[in-house]
Write a protein that binds this ligand. Sequence first.
Ligand code: F6P
Length: 373
Amino acid sequence: MGKTIGILTSGGDTPGSNAAIRALGKAAITNYNMELIGFRDGFRGLMENRFVVLDNKMLSGILTLGGTILGTSREKPFRMNVDGQEKDMTTVIMENYHRNKLDALVCIGGNGTQKNAYHLAKRGLHVITLPKTIDNDVAKTDVTFGFDTAMSIATEAIDKLHSTASSHHRIIVVEIMGHKAGWLALSAGIAGGADVILIPELPYTIEKIAESILERKKMGKSFSIIAVAEGAMSHDFSKIYSELQQKIETAGDENSKNKLMQERSELDILNTSNTLRLANKLEELTKLEARVTILGHLQRGGTPSAADRLLATRMGTACAKFIEREEYGVMVALKKNKIITVPLEDVVNKTKKVPVTHQWIKSARRVGTCFGD
Ligand code: F6P
């Protein structure tokens, strides 16, 4: 018999996760005679030892399914809610890993998952990860699966908003997910022909956005579509945020660091109503009617795109091969169209942001897109 592998999906559900589970499972069973078990609901299932055997039958018919057949959660091994209290459950997780005689644990997820997986790898577990998130913000991989599907969904939404915005001569502000990175808003904004794109990497000035809308009006275009990333910030807000961030990084003791982090959470909460504030202010400055559409979790739903199925299949099958070679403590990544592994320590505690000189930004500027900067 080959190795026994545990798999879990953690963090926000992402289209392509089932394609990855299927690819890894089928490749592992067929090529290496491995056995697989899938833990339910991320690290919580591993802690509670809740799992399902992933045989060929379970792995069949899931390629096109959205979400994850294993379920997911945002639970962290070292800070898990147990009986209403946050507890470090790392030891229990390690016991379950050994109880199931696992040779390796595959964690499929975004930045939070990479961090949790690294935590377990440092404790000696044989961990390997796959990068999945619609945000495309995981470091050391060119792309994550889930991103392409979400980009298509957001693009289609912008397409649809065009006709209603144009008919009513309105501004439509469409909020696009992406956490603290602008990949999704930028790509869907470009593909959908948004007139203004606002991303966290380029803080904006509201007056400049209003100016560009009024400029369009002068040219006979009485409507505008604004694609705003959920993490986008005005110049003023971004200044306060960056100063706080700097204070966190240089905080002397754990106590003051925690206080500053609490302040940052409060700012994050305040920024969640940014899109509404932006629409109101633009209405005031341009005297045009404005409406808001928040795409929200629609962007994570439904069947994965062909590109995501392909990427997840490439990463999943390669993962089986890396496990056979006993390459642990690594993330499977795509670099220049090649599937490689990168050490987890190089991935964690980083957010892959859009470089401000990125080709996509340059192209958008060349077609006249306003970034409000
Ligand atoms: O990380 C994926 C993502 O969809 C982000 O774009 C978004 O900020 C977040 O998850 C939403 O999380 P939740 O589903 O927990 O509300």
